[in-house]
Design a protein around this ligand. Sequence first.
Ligand code: ZN
Length: 93
Amino acid sequence: MYELKNHTEIVVQQALQHYLRTNILTCSCERCQADIMALALNRLPARYYVSSRGEIMTQWESQALPDQARILSEVVRAAQQVTTTPSHPLSQP
Ligand SMILES: [Zn+2]
């Protein structure tokens, strides 16, 4: 059983989790996190690879991506955009 995976998506998700640990967002609900992922992924090239089910990417593979810095900067940019204009009304604290 094989499936296609987008390496960029995995790295974007990791970068977003890192960003959320070190920055306070106006809202970081699931919807806003998905919005940030979508915005960042639309600006980045997809890098598909074939994975057999259950396979975990090795450390070497996860470091082989050349544009990690670019991915991080796109995540930051997307997060700032979603923070400024969230796609749902913010509930009052
Ligand atoms: Zn939200």
